[in-house]
Write a protein that binds this ligand. Structure first.
Ligand code: CP
Length: 317
C-alpha cells in the first residue's frame, strides 16, 4: 500500500511521472481522466483549510471520484475513540484518505493501521503536497513547464522567518531531492530541528541548506524568496513574542532588490501583509502566489493518480 506522508515517499522515477502528469493535467484541464473511477475518498481535517480542502475536493471530482468531508469534532475520535480503530473502520468504507492534522504521528498511525492510501494534507512537521506544487511552480517559471525539474538545479531559494516550521522542513526535503541551494534566514532559536535532520538521514539524503542570520546578506543573488506565516495554527499563545523575534525577517522590496532582478516570491498562503511580507511585495511582479495555489489542484491530481496506479499502467488512460 502506497502512501504520501513525506516528500521522499516517491522514487525519482515516480516523482518524474507525477510532475509530467501534473503538467499534462494542467494543459488539458477539460480532458477528464477517470483514475479514481467511482471511488470515495475521506477528507479528515483537524485544522482549518481553504486551498487544500478545495483543491482536493475539486481534484478528486475531476478524477471521477467523490469525497466525504470528516470533521473530527463531530466524530467519535473527538470523544477519544482510538485512531487505530478509526483507521480500520475508514478502510471498510473508503478507497483513500486525505488527512490534515497537528501531529505527524496521526498520518503515520492511519497509514499503519488502515489498509487504504493516506495523503498528508499538512501536519506540524511537513506539508508535502504544498512543496510538490511549489516545485512545479518554480519549474514552470524557470523551465517553461512544471515537469522541467532540471531547471531548479543550483538555483538559490531563501526562506525567511520561522525556519523550523512545516514549510521550512518541507523545503529542506525538496532542496535535497531537487537540487536547490536553500538558505535559511530567521531568528537563531528558529533554525531547523533534529526531527527533520533525522528524516533526511533515514532517507539517505544530504542536508543541503545553510543558515545566514543577516537577512540582507542571505538575499544576495537569490533566485527565489519564500516565507510563511509566523504564527502557525496551534501557536497562537506565543503570538506576540514570535512577531517581535521575526520582525527583522519580514520580506520587503529592499530584500528583493538584493536578489536577481527577475527573482520570484512565493508563499503558500494565507498571507499576513505587514508581518511576514509587505503588501508591496505581494502586489509586485515578483509574486506568484495564485499560480502556486492553482498548481495544488494539478499536482495533487497527479499524486492521487500515482497512488492508485497499478504497476506498469498509465493512469492518464
Ligand atoms: N497552503 C495551504 O495549505 O492553504 P490552506 O491552509 O488554506 O489549505
Amino acid at each position: 500500500m502506497k502512501h504520501f506522508l513525506k516528500e521522499n515517499d516517491f522514487t525519482v522515477y515516480e516523482r518524474e511521472e507525477i510532475f509530467s502528469r501534473a503538467a499534462n493535467f494542467k494543459e488539458n484541464r477539460s480532458h477528464h481522466t477517470r483514475s479514481l473511477n467511482e471511488q470515495t475518498w475521506g477528507m479528515l481535517f483537524f485544522k482549518n483549510s481553504t486551498r487544500t480542502r478545495l483543491s482536493f475536493e475539486v481534484g478528486i471530482a475531476e478524477l471521477g471520484a467523490r469525497t466525504v468531508f470528516l470533521d473530527n469534532n463531530t466524530m467519535q475520535i473527538g470523544r477519544g475513540e482510538s485512531l487505530a480503530d478509526t483507521a480500520k473502520v475508514f478502510s471498510r468504507y473508503l478507497h483513500g484518505l486525505v488527512i490534515r492534522s497537528y501531529g505527524h504521528e496521526v498520518v503515520e498511525e492511519f497509514s499503519r493501521e488502515g489498509s487504504i492510501p493516506v495523503v498528508n494534507a499538512l501536519t506540524d512537521f511537513l506539508h508535502p503536497c504544498q512543496i510538490y506544487s511549489d516545485v512545479f511552480t518554480l519549474a514552470e517559471k524557470w523551465g517553461g513547464s512544471g515537469d522541467q525539474l532540471e531547471s531548479l538545479k543550483g538555483r538559490k531559494l531563501v526562506f525567511y522567518g520561522d525556519c523550523c516550521c512545516n514549510m521550512a522542513n518541507s523545503w529542506i526535503m525538496a532542496a535535497s531531492l531537487f537540487g536547490l541551494e536553500l538558505v535559511f534566514s530567521g531568528p537563531e532559536a528558529f533554525q531547523p530541528k533534529d526531527q527533520i535532520l533525522h528524516l533526511l538521514e533515514q532517507g539517505g539524503l544530504e542536508s543541503s541548506y545553510t543558515y545566514e542570520a543577516d537577512p540582507l546578506v542571505a538575499a544576495e543573488s537569490a533566485d527565489a524568496f519564500y516565507t510563511d506565516v509566523w504564527v502557525s495554527m496551534g501557536k497562537e499563545a506565543e503570538s506576540d513574542e514570535r512577531i517581535t523575534q521575526m520582525k527583522p525577517y519580514s520580506v520587503t522590496m529592499k530584500l528583493l532588490s538584493r536578489g536577481n532582478p527577475d527573482s520570484l516570491f512565493l508563499h503558500c498562503m494565507p498571507t499576513h501583509p505587514g508581518l511576514e511580507v509587505t503588501q508591496e511585495v505581494l502586489d509586485s511582479d515578483h509574486a506568484h502566489l495564485f499560480d502556486q495555489a492553482e498548481n495544488r489542484l494539478h499536482v495533487q491530481k497527479a499524486i492521487l493518480s500515482q497512488l492508485v496506479k497499478p504497476d506498469g499502467l498509465d493512469p492518464t488512460n
